[in-house]
Design a protein around this ligand. Structure first.
Ligand SMILES: *Cc1c(COP(=O)(O)O)cnc(C)c1O
Length: 388
């Protein structure tokens, strides 16, 4: 029997373009935007998503996600918008998880009405919440796990089965888990999306996106892609391919660090609450354990009310405030001032996002240094108790 190749072997080798000219060890970068005409269906062109570097990095992501085919895009949102618009048309309805990435939420609420595409958001992430939102003209279900910023876990097999039962397409945004920690296609999900700007890129220097699925679905998406034009440049393809070679070892360190930090925060009396699916007291820990190979590098926590949140942020030395996430360096953000800034305090309270909540993208540094940084910043941020 032929042994299936392991994750790190796939990360390192799949897709590499052979350097026929010099025999170099890595994929050469092909910057050409002009290639010979082959035939009507097969013309190489960057916006046809089929240059050597585009195909090379797509092949790597396809292998990691146990898919048949895939495409890479210039951003996660290019992958998401192109994919949704491939399968939805005027009069169709889509059910979306209530907790989804802010950019995806904006795409839906700012663009779909004009196109006559109807949508409903669930009121929770249980399979029954998705089922309750299905209508007669529903065509698809869209979900995301773990969610941002509360790290809620959705039952991937449960939602995939529900989609099959009602003959709907299922889409998942697998950015937060990464293909190292979760492979939704194994659970029956139809289409997997990524912001490769995050873990796949991993070094905070690439904007990219990806979609993987069956060859039949990818063919349909390709047809829309060439019309919308969200293709990734060959130089970025090269950087992304290079980054994914270390995805397995990076994720192993992210997983290990985040669990360690979550346990440290949980035991700290200056922290009111920790959201991390790897903690046994997380409300979806059992599902997370069943469907994920690791619990990921993202967590969130609430500072105790006697900690000044701004002072805590200002006093961190190693951990930097940042809009983005999933890089090798640790970063934090206040969701109340970023992804959820446009909601009223009441709306935020309703979905569990307090002003003391911090989303923490745990990097690959030494965990003890991260702990020390948090400890010293907490000490400096204790509010003065008024004696009067
Ligand atoms: C960042 C992100 C996106 C959007 O990706 P871009 O590369 O910024 O377009 C989509 N989904 C999730 C979960 C993300 O974190």
């Amino acid at each position: 029997m032929v042994r299936k190749k392991g994750l790190n072997t796939l990360c390192t080798h799949v897709g590499t373009v052979k350097d026929e000219q010099f025999g170099g060890a890595v994929s050469p970068i092909y910057m050409a935007s002009s290639y010979p005409y082959m035939n009507v269906d097969k013309k190489r062109y960057p916006r046809y998503f089929n240059t050597p570097n585009q195909e090379a990095v797509a092949a790597k992501i396809v292998a990691l996600e146990h898919a048949e085919a895939g495409l890479v895009f210039a951003s996660g949102m290019a992958a998401i918008s192109t994919t949704l618009l491939t399968f939805l048309k005027k009069g169709d309805h889509i059910v979306l998880q209530n907790e989804i990435y802010g950019g995806t939420f904006n795409l839906i609420v700012e663009e779909f009405d004009k196109m006559g595409i109807e949508y409903s958001f669930t009121h929770g992430v249980e399979v029954s919440d998705f089922e309750a939102a299905i209508k007669e003209h529903t065509k698809a279900i869209y979900f995301e796990t773990p969610s941002n910023p509360l790290l809620t876990i959705t039952d991937v097999a449960g939602v995939a089965d529900l989609a099959k039962k009602y003959d709907l397409l299922s889409f998942i945004d697998n950015t937060f888990a990464s293909p190292v920690n979760l492979n939704p296609i194994d659970f029956g999900v139809d289409i997997v999306l990524h912001s490769a700007t995050k873990y796949l890129g991993g070094h905070s220097d690439i904007s990219a996106g990806a979609v993987v699925s069956t060859a039949e679905n990818i063919d349909k998406i390709w047809n829309k892609s060439k019309n919308l034009g969200g293709n990734l440049s060959d130089f970025m393809c090269y950087l992304l391919e290079r980054s994914i070679k270390t995805l397995g070892i990076r994720m192993a360190q992210h997983n290990k660090n985040a669990l360690h930090l979550a346990e440290f925060l949980e035991a700290n009396d200056k922290i009111a609450k920790v959201n991390y699916p790897g903690l046994p007291n997380h409300k979806n820990h059992v599902i997370a354990r069943a469907q994920m190979h690791g619990f990921g590098g993202m967590l969130s926590f609430e500072l105790d009310e006697n900690i000044d949140a701004i002072a805590f942020k200002t006093n961190l030395e190693l951990i930097k405030p940042s809009m983005s996430l999933a890089g090798v360096e640790s970063t934090i953000i206040f969701p109340s001032m970023a992804s959820h800034a446009l909601l009223t305090p009441e709306q935020r309270a309703e979905i569990g996002i307090s002003d003391q909540l911090i989303r923490f993208s745990v990097g690959i540094e030494d965990a003890e240094d991260l702990i020390q940084d948090i400890e010293q910043a907490l000490k400096k941020a204790i509010k003065e108790v008024s004696m009067s």
